[in-house]
Each structure stands twice: as C-alpha cells, then as structure tokens.
Design a protein around this ligand. Structure first.
Ligand SMILES: C[S@@+](CC[C@H](N)C(=O)[O-])C[C@H]1O[C@@H](n2cnc3c(N)ncnc32)[C@H](O)[C@@H]1O
Length: 231
C-alpha cells in the first residue's frame, strides 16, 4: 500500500466524503478539552493524523511497527518504531491514545488495551476507530481476502463485542457510534478508478439514506473511552 497518501489530511479526498464520517465530530469534542494535550497515535502509518492533531495545538507522537511508515510519519511529527503490544512509554504519561484501523492488525486485543490503559493517566481517553463485521461486505470480504492491502488481519470485531472488550479492559465508553455502510467501498473504488470521484456526491447521498435505516449494518465504528480509575 502507498502510505504516502493522503500526505496531508484530505489531500486526495473530496470534502463531501467526510460527511459520512461522524466520528470527526466526537473526536473534535475530545480534542477541544483543555486537559487533552499529549496524544500518542498507535499504528500511525504515514502520520497524517499527527498533522491534524498538531494543527490544533496538541503534542502528538506516532508509533508504528513498520520502519518505512515511521520514516514517512516523521514528516508530520515525532514518530518512533515500536509495537503496540509493548509501548515504549512510561505509566500514566498520556492524555489520549488514538488508534484508527489498527487493532485488527495487532491481534492480541486484550494485551493492546492493557498497554493503552497503562500509558494513559486516569481520566485519559482512548479514541478508537475500527472496522466491524456487522457489515456483510466486511464479513465476507475478510473471509475471501484476510489481508488489507498486504497487511494481515489478526482479529475480527463486532460493534457490541468491541464495547464489551473496552469495558472489560477498564474503560468507560462516553461516545460511540456506527457509520458507513456503502462508504467502505467508497474508500477503495475512487482510489482505484479516479474517474469515480465524480460520483462521490451521489454515493454520499445514498450512504446517508442507508444509514437512516440500517446503521446496525455499518462497516465502521468509533469509541471515545475514558480510563476508569479503578483496578
Ligand atoms: C490500516 S493502517 C492504518 C494507519 C493509520 N492509523 C490510518 O488510519 O491512516 C494500520 C497500521 O497499523 C500498523 N500496525 C500493525 N500492527 C502494529 C503493531 N503491533 N504495533 C504498531 N503498529 C502496528 C501498520 O504498520 C499500519 O501502519
């Protein structure tokens, strides 16, 4: 996969595509909190999220397990080579951990969440975005092609199952939602066939209608989850 794209947030996407990504509103709410300053993105890929966080005045660090991706991410901020299962970060150092479409690669979810809990301060927030099998396209797609653009898929999730995992790991979910039914295809198709980008407004309109009746079949979900002080 070409992890250089999008090098800048939104560079190769039309703005209308974002209308079907409701997690941005929830994310902005967390980022606006004055106590959220130090952010680690686990599985930062090309680092484009770090640019967004830095633009807002946050101190953002990235971590990825693939050296070539870390080399790209440093263009957006401090990034280190490392494994989400053994974070090279002290206990309670961070206000927020951001994980976008990475848990299904990491595989050992229990251990990954325990590491996130360890590095967050009490009251710190995990913002998690994942792909879920509630959507039949994802369900069958994962079985037919158990990789995402070359990277192994090592765990499969449902929205309800992820909520339970977060609770078991000592997080209290404050915001969560499912989104994107058709949109998953729209992440892929216009990148493969650029002329299809012209159809994006139509695809977004169809997606918004589908969500009104079938949100439970969505392909993606997000959680804003606070580290509980107990344990
Ligand atoms: C689908 S990409 C998502 C990249 C970025 N979060 C985004 O949404 O644009 C998954 C990323 O997770 C990284 N990754 C996979 N396993 C990891 C692990 N155990 N620790 C840290 N990063 C990992 C991969 O190298 C890849 O960059």
């Amino acid at each position: 996969m070409d992890y250089r794209k999008p090098a800048v947030f939104g560079e190769n996407w039309s703005p209308s595509r974002y209308r079907v990504l409701p997690h941005f509103a929830a994310e902005q709410e967390v980022l606006a909190r004055p106590d959220i300053r130090r952010i680690l993105e686990i599985g930062c890929g090309n680092g484009w999220n770090m640019s967004r966080f830095a633009q807002d005045g946050h101190t953002a660090f990235g971590l990825d397990v693939v050296p070539e991706r870390v080399a790209l991410a440093v263009a957006h901020g401090p990034a280190m080579l490392g494994d989400g299962l053994r974070l090279p970060v002290g206990d309670g150092c961070l206000d927020m951990v951001y994980i976008q479409h990475v848990l299904h690669h990491i595989g050992d979810v229990e251990r990954a969440l325990a590491e996130v809990r360890r590095v967050l301060r009490p009251g710190g927030v995990l913002f998690l975005i994942e792909t879920v099998e509630d959507n039949p396209i994802i369900h069958w797609g994962r079985r037919l092609y158990p990789k995402w653009r070359g990277d192994e898929i090592n765990a499969l999730f449902t929205f309800a199952g992820l909520a339970m995992m977060l609770s078991d790991a000592g997080f209290r979910v404050s915001r969560a939602g499912q989104y994107s039914i058709l949109f998953w295809l729209w992440e892929v198709l216009p990148d493969l066939f650029p002329a299809m980008e012209k159809l994006t407004p139509t695809a977004v309109a169809v997606e918004e209608r589908l969500q009104r009746v079938g949100r439970q079949f969505s392909a993606h979900c997000y959680f804003a989850a606070t580290k509980e002080a107990w344990l």
